[in-house]
Design a binder for this molecule. Sequence first.
Ligand SMILES: [Zn+2]
Length: 429
Amino acid sequence: MSLALKSLKKSFAVGFLFCLVLTTAQKKMVVVLDAGHGGSDHGTNRTYSSLGYLAEKDITLAIALRVGRMLEKEKDFKVIYTRKTDFLPSLSERTNLANKSGADLFISIHVNANVRTDPHGTETYVQGPNQNKQNLEVAKTENNVIFLDKNDKQMFSQYDPYSPESLIALRIQQSKYLERSLILGGLVEDHFVNKDNRNSRGVKQQNFHVLRQNAMPSILIETGFLSNYEEAQYLASNRGQKEIAESIYNAIINYKKILDKKNSSSQEINHKSIKAENPLKNSFRIFLTSSSRKMPENDPKLQGLKNILIIREGELYKYYYGETQFASVRDNYLKEAKSAGFKDAFIVGFIPNQKLESGYYTIEVYAGKQKLSNSSYILQTLKKLEKTRRNDGFHYTYGNYPSLEEAIKNQEEISKKGIKNTTLQKVSR
Ligand SMILES: [Zn+2]
């Protein structure tokens, strides 16, 4: 190969990766939702006298359809289903559909079972450690996946997938898929734990055919054990399926936000330490800043960061961003905070459900120059408010909670009743 041609090919490879990063920021995110099993393949199943016959294929379909319905309402997403009814697509049909449609994300939904009845909880799988080679083969043959538009196609008409330069490009792409799969997996498990109070068994790596054949970030979610009675009840219930679907949906939305941030700040992903991860014992938030006056959630100083927790301690309001039990997601949150301008942001560990030894949390529901009138909605709705008078006016607080989680939960309850913009306070005795 001539030197000129060689360097030309190198610039194709680099240019191609660059295009990939730019185009994903603009086009819709295509999500393949794969309801596990179907038709004659019932998947795992159990019969309980109180619940009747339960089959994995029905639960996975119900959850996938719910996730899809929510995603379809988002203009930035396109949803593809491997099945929308009770039939059995073959494994290669499932993955071909994903590869040929140029999907950005593949999510396979399953239900677990064990010979014993006590194992319970959720787990999310990403491709196994030895799968890179095989994914690489898929990427090489599935040219559709890497040709993003007509221009790329023209550029790549001379593209030789076996040249060392393009192999390097493809390898980088593979480790990016794995890294992204781990981020999404961490987010899914986080939501199960933090939103739905589920038991997370972690994000794991394993060789699943349905993951192996995909040329895109892919995860397989085991949503719970049908062999455990309580979980079977939950998985079969309307409430359970709704919560699971909402958690998967929220994780996808968060994932896209993280990617968009990455793309716009053109920060590259760190490929060094890619391995499956378990939830950590602590949960983590990112400390952003503190202020003596409360900033509203949409204050421009917060740089559009969502999911902010504000805790008043003494005279200061402290702002925390994100919450996770997964190290990779935590580090991502920190990066996001720093690139949003919080240069001194740092990670704070919280022991889940820790009870304060001295002191408690309470919720400030009102602060203002005027006293609340007895007919005010707040006083009509909440009983046993505590009123204090300070220099700046009257403050009303509600409740006395030993743990942060309880305080947050009650703050959400109050918000559902229409009392918004309240502030958590940590009171030391
Ligand atoms: Zn399954």
